[in-house]
Design a protein around this ligand. Sequence first.
Ligand code: CMP
Length: 139
Amino acid sequence: MSSNRTYSMIKPHAVADNHVGGILKMIEEGGFRIVALKKLQMTASQAGEFYNVHAERPFYGELCEMMSEGPIVAMILEKENAVLDFRTLIGSTDPAEAAEGTVRKAYAKSKSENAVHGSDSDENAAIESSFFFSGIERF
Ligand code: CMP
């Protein structure tokens, strides 16, 4: 059974470039309800923990550095079929392959600085949401 919640974050480059409002507008207009939302800055070590699944990848060091270089906007989003529908809304990891109308087509700069993260499974959505939010921060 698919869950109705996913985890997302707006990455530091997109926050620094003042794209938070534009990205949230696309998310809300895409039919997602914001369950939890906050702005924070991760340490490189916290970014490393969050992206531990990619620890063996050649881009892991660059990813941890990029994700801790400034504040992010973390959120939990709700919609039927949230994980898959959100990945459709944000588009491909590589902005060169992202479809027209997707968040990454509009705001990503590269495969690394790709504007937003979206969970890849219901299981990871639950784990990633709990990494950032307690129960009393969800509405
Ligand atoms: P995200 O959806 O947050 O999940 C893993 C992240 O790793 C991805 O977005 C990118 O920021 C980064 N990433 C994935 N593939 C590459 C790559 N080939 N080169 C650099 N960064 C990458």
